[in-house]
Design a protein. Structure first.
Length: 385
């Protein structure tokens, strides 16, 4: 027994011995991290609000990693605060979507603590979308704004506007302006430069535009600005000068609004082109004064019924000499619009939706900015307010 104890208790003090300063080995620190990750809503929560409910933080440590993603792998952008105590999403969440959260924090000793949760956002009972112009992939004139008409009146315009991003290449400052509570237009300070590429990112899915009413639209559209064409109608001189890329290419005799039914002054944008259309005075407050079923080469300049169009019923002598219309700008044409050599046909063929038509020297007021796509009639500082 003595020999056995001696053999077990004594022996070599070489490299295998972990006792004593000379032969000691550093032990790995297996102490749990003091950092605590907090995530709201709780794991497995349902019907979570799309804004304000997601909160990620850390106590006794600092956040180092936060990832919030949907089932398709799309991540919600956000930013960790400078003190590492919280993370804030940069935008709202989509509705009816399951999100996975992965967050990591480190304590003062560098030890990590992680937490993973999931939650699902609410399914809205009431929704809205925005009808936008211009169309995706279109080529338009330099005066074309981005105009969005919402299907429900918006009571939180800031939330909706934050969810819409309009960018241009080459870059230019672009600002939005609300007309009432259901229309939001975007434009730069001056007309777009020819060749500009514009992208509109509608990230409305999950935005609470009014109490209990959520956007359900997530769409990206883009369009291109074509050549620059700005035409100026002088109602007093009864002529229209067409300027293309800074050079005048045509001087056309016109007939504007008669003295009792003058044409609006101001900068107007062609919002619609119709090869042939019906114009009935009943629809714009002129009773039964006219009903022309086949007006050729019609281009809309206002919502209230201002057009620049072909006129086949007036004598050729009125163009350049007399203002005879009910507020429109008329160009000489033939019935049916078959002659592509007439001034009206020429201008129609050379025009794009989004081209600018400026009317001056008419004995009328300037058109309202929301009457058509005519926000250019508002001062830039006023537009940005």
């Amino acid at each position: 027994m003595l020999l056995l104890v001696t053999a077990c208790g004594g022996g070599d003090t070489g490299a295998g011995d972990t006792k004593g300063p000379a032969g000691s080995a550093k032990k790995e620190d297996t102490t749990a991290s003091q950092a605590v990750v907090t995530i709201a809503p709780k794991d497995g929560a349902e019907s979570v609000a799309t804004s304000g409910a997601l909160k990620i933080g850390a106590t006794q440590g600092k956040l180092t990693t936060v990832k919030v993603s949907d089932p398709k792998g799309n991540e919600v952008g956000g930013e960790i605060a400078a003190d590492g105590a919280s993370w804030t999403p940069e935008r709202h969440l989509a509705a009816a979507t399951k999100y996975a959260v992965h967050a990591v924090a480190k304590d003062a000793e560098g030890r990590e603590s992680a937490k993973d949760t999931t939650f699902t956002t609410l399914v809205p009972a009431n929704t809205f979308i925005g009808h936008y112009t211009p169309e995706d992939g279109s080529t338009v004139g330099v005066g074309m704004p981005v105009s969005i008409n919402f299907t429900r009146g918006i009571t939180d315009p800031d939330a909706v506007e934050r969810a819409i991003k309009v960018t241009a290449e080459p870059a230019v400052e672009i600002e939005g302006h609300w007309f009432g509570n259901d229309r939001l237009d975007f434009r730069p300070e001056k007309y777009w430069a020819a060749g500009t590429k514009v992208t509109v990112d509608l990230n409305l899915d999950g935005v609470e535009g009014r109490p209990g009413v959520y956007g359900k639209q997530a769409k990206k559209v883009s369009f291109t600005i074509g050549r620059s064409q700005v035409s100026t109608v002088d109602a007093s001189a009864k002529r229209m000068k067409v300027v293309r890329d800074g050079k005048q290419i045509k001087d056309i005799p016109i007939s504007a609004g008669a003295p009792a039914t003058t044409t609006y002054n101001g900068q107007m944008v062609i919002s619609e082109k119709l090869k042939v259309t019906r114009m009935n005075g009943d629809t714009v407050g002129f009773g039964g004064e006219y009903d022309i079923k086949d007006v050729p080469h019609a281009m809309r300049l206002s919502t209230s019924g201002t057009f620049l169009h072909g006129n086949y019923w007036g004598a050729s002598s009125i163009f350049g000499n007399s203002n005879t219309s009910h507020g429109c700008v008329g160009l000489r044409d033939v019935r049916g619009g078959y002659d592509n050599q007439t001034p009206a046909a020429w201008f129609y063929d050379k025009s794009l939706i989004g081209d600018v038509v400026i009317v001056k020297n008419s004995h009328d007021k300037t058109i309202q900015p929301d009457n058509g796509l005519n926000g250019w009639n508002m001062d830039w500082e006023e537009w940005k307010k």
